[in-house]
Design a binder for this molecule. Sequence first.
Ligand code: DQA
Length: 148
Amino acid sequence: MRILVANGPNLNMLGKRDKAIYGDKTLPEIEAIMKKFARRLGAEVTTFQSNSEGELINFIQSNIAGMDGLIINPGALSHYGLALRDALADIVVPIIEVHLSNIYAREDWRAKSVIAPIVKGQITGLGWRGYLAALQLLISELNGESWE
Ligand code: DQA
């Protein structure tokens, strides 16, 4: 099973950027934890980050064919990235939107995600562990685990 993990603008600055809001882990640290966690659950993670909406779209469109699911933190594109939204709406694998911070507890303009209506679900405000929650959920669902 393969999961693509995409991060948008400014998430390359994690670890330096507003640590009280985003925590002190860098993106490479979070990605390494995700790869380890996924391996334990029998999945493989491919990571990508870009500050450019076009590059994100190009990467996702070129690589989604081999993937079973997508986890994406679109950064500020969540609030206005309509081209990204249209690209994601075309994707058939399940998508989970992740935010480190709680976008509903911050500035008003952050409380609206244009991505949210076309994804399976959203995890917001759980810090770096939100990415692990998304991974666990996707893998469990893709494996058809019913816990009966
Ligand atoms: C973010 C929240 C966005 O509002 C912000 O622009 C980001 C990060 C988060 O992970 O909390 O870049 O997506």
